[in-house]
Design a protein around this ligand. Structure first.
Ligand code: AMP
Length: 416
């Protein structure tokens, strides 16, 4: 048997409804705040992610699905959405539009990670990006929007962690300090942290190794070293979140596996998830547009995992659409079958949901099936003119002309 590749999954019709509910909520919440939907290609130039996401990140170093397009160009299945949205912003000259330009997306992404619950190789993210504003209100608004989406999806046990990374210059100075500190305590660190001290010292805060954690508790913190402008920006974001009652915890050790962040950084987690507790997060990325050859453009955004929102949400399964009319055949012959086919199409054009018998069941089997799928009416066709219409709730039935079936069901729908 051929199976779906490891780390991928099928979205079956029974799962599709909840995903659609999420899409509906995202559209409602984000479009009310002026975010327009964008779709970008499934694959991009590898260079976009190498430059955008950062050469030293796990994503670029070991998680990308990269291939040669046959013409010597290196392409990569998108591992994240921010760099592609920025690429589209630059490519379409959107810096000439009134700023900021606000986007949202719901797409699938690809990372070659070790699969586990809540972590897949193809997964979906809903995301929002506001490009072209350095106002702290942008950061606060984005955080509020994600919080509203999680609330609308009834995600349980939500916590928000917040930090600021300052500017790349502050970060560079801090990085030197931290690197020196890590080297000074090298023998107490986990081997994989030791190996990455010079490459990515910030990731040491992420380690679950007890020795490393003990050292990191006393490590210098970036939040203590922000410039006055960055500190003020961060204070305003916090004030605005306070003003709308969004609760958060300041976490100076917050790091995310992507290099492009500056200033505000945030992450939502859910207690309802296991080891993979991050539901969504993001931050400001004031240098990214410039890094991919656009004009200097401040920006901020987030992405949240669709599967994790659904895993941590409390929504009951959504009932399938009711079937207004099921069209059964008293005897299987071409004239009735064609009349049934025509009736089904006309019923749908009249706004009803209608299904045809397609499996060659006996009349008894057809009625049983109609009952199973929750049909409200069954029309049993015995020829091309007459039908017996049965109201499944009461069991009442009448023989009427086929031309009266649709008005009868419409009337019944109106009455109920
Ligand atoms: P990131 O782009 O890494 O900041 O991820 C944003 C969100 O996407 C995370 O908080 C997760 O909810 C989700 N996510 C990231 N990687 C995966 C994955 N491999 N499988 C499922 N969801 C993921």
């Amino acid at each position: 048997m051929i199976q779906a590749p490891k780390g991928t999954f099928d979205v079956l019709p029974a799962d599709a409804e909840r995903r659609q509910a999420l899409e509906h909520q995202a559209r409602k919440i984000l479009s009310a705040a002026g975010y327009g939907r964008i779709e970008t290609p499934v694959f991009e130039s590898t260079e976009l992610f190498a430059r955008g996401v950062g050469e030293a990140t796990d994503i670029v170093q070991k998680e990308m699905y990269t291939f040669d397009d046959g013409g010597g160009r290196s392409l990569t299945l998108r591992p994240e959405g921010t760099a592609p949205v920025c690429r589209a912003y630059v490519e379409h000259g959107m810096h000439r539009l009134p700023q900021p330009v606000k986007f949202w997306y719901l797409e699938s992404f690809f990372r070659s990670e070790q699969p586990q619950k809540g972590r897949y190789r193809q997964f979906w993210q809903v995301g929002a990006e506001a490009i072209g504003s350095d106002a702290p209100e942008t950061d606060a608004e984005l955080i509020v929007l994600l919080s509203e989406l999680l609330e609308a999806m009834l995600v349980k046990g939500v916590h928000l962690r917040l930090s600021s990374l300052g500017t790349p210059e502050t970060r560079a100075e801090y990085r030197e300090q931290l690197t020196a500190y890590l080297h000074a305590h090298e023998d107490q660190l986990a081997p994989e942290v030791q190996a990455r001290i010079d490459l990515n010292p910030l990731r040491a805060f992420d380690s679950s190794h007890p020795g490393t954690q003990a050292i990191m508790r006393d490590a210098p913190k970036l939040l203590d070293q922000l410039t006055p402008e960055d500190a003020e920006h961060f204070a305003t974001v916090r004030e605005q979140l306070d003003a709308v009652g969004i609760r958060y915890e300041i976490d100076p050790t917050l790091v995310r596996g992507i290099d492009y962040y500056t200033r505000t950084l945030f992450e939502f987690t859910s207690d309802a998830l296991g080891a993979q507790s991050a539901v969504g997060g993001g931050g400001r990325y004031d240098r990214l547009v410039e890094q991919i050859d656009g004009p200097p453009t401040p920006a901020c955004g987030w992405a949240a995992g669709v599967e994790r929102i659904l895993l941590s949400g409390a929504q009951p399964p959504i009932a399938p659409d009711p079937v207004d009319l099921y069209i059964a055949l008293a005897v299987r012959e071409t004239t009735s079958a064609t009349a049934a086919f025509v009736l089904a199409r006309e019923a749908r054009r009249a706004g009803l949901t209608a299904q045809l018998e397609l499996a060659g069941r006996s009349l008894k089997g057809q009625l049983k099936h109609a009952d199973r799928i929750g049909a409200r009416y069954v029309a049993i066709l015995g020829g091309e003119r007459e039908a017996t219409v049965r109201e499944m709730g009461s069991g009442e039935q009448h023989e009427i002309p086929i031309s009266s079936v649709i008005p009868t069901v419409l009337r019944g729908n109106r009455l109920s």
